[in-house]
Ligand binder design. Sequence first.
Ligand SMILES: Nc1ncnc2c1ncn2[C@@H]1O[C@H](COP(=O)(O)OP(=O)(O)OP(=O)(O)O)[C@@H](O)[C@H]1O
Length: 242
Amino acid sequence: MTQQLHATTPPPTADRTLVGHHLVKRYAPSVQDSPPALAGVSLAVAPGESVAVMGPSGSGKTTLLHVLAGIVRPDEGDVIWNGASLRSASDASRTTLRRSAFGFVFQSGQLIPELPAVENVALPLLLGGTDRRRAEARAAALFAPLGLAGLERRRPGELSGGQAQRVAIARALVGTPGVVFADEPTGALDQHTSGEVMHHLTGLSRHLGASLLIVTHDANVAGWCDRTLHMQDGRIVGEARR
Ligand SMILES: Nc1ncnc2c1ncn2[C@@H]1O[C@H](COP(=O)(O)OP(=O)(O)OP(=O)(O)O)[C@@H](O)[C@H]1O
């Protein structure tokens, strides 16, 4: 991938550090219409680090996640993953990167209702060309570590909310991604179940060496992470380490 870096971008590091450099994103066509969703955000997520992003509604948390994950292209600035620029990458290579290097967990409703849990988990591997037997074996191996042993053939409608989120975590991690992006992963769960899900999400990510970027409104969820960033009006205005 070619490097087209912003003039002041720090030297890229060809490791599994995720770097966002001076990210600006405006959804409205002109600045007069509304303030930018991202107004110049810079951050680095170290390999294996877990980072929570908190802030009021509309402060730009989800936009930051989408820009860092290569889903949304920034208007200014760049995202560097493994030493390469996402901004200058083609749509096709960004899609390939998302599939091979990143995993995603959303609030709910992300599993395919018709497929048994194990097939839901195997899906990213199947889409990447792994043969079915090997994909399902790798998927099944994640059930016990996530406390899901015996639920492999259940369909999503036959799982509790917390079990379904743990299946979604397995699916995000089955391809051993470099970074897992999670947007309100416990937003639909009660406090106790949320704690269980975070225990599994942080524990298994750490075990597999994946970094974690979590958008959340819940300070208890952020408390599971190494670091919490606070956003306001499209900027990072504070940071706390555990
Ligand atoms: N697709 C879009 N088109 C236009 N404006 C958008 C779009 N997505 C987000 N915005 C605007 O960008 C700003 C930041 O939104 P974003 O969803 O990133 O905030 P957030 O902090 O994640 O909010 P919440 O906590 O409510 O999910 C808001 O003003 C929002 O209205």
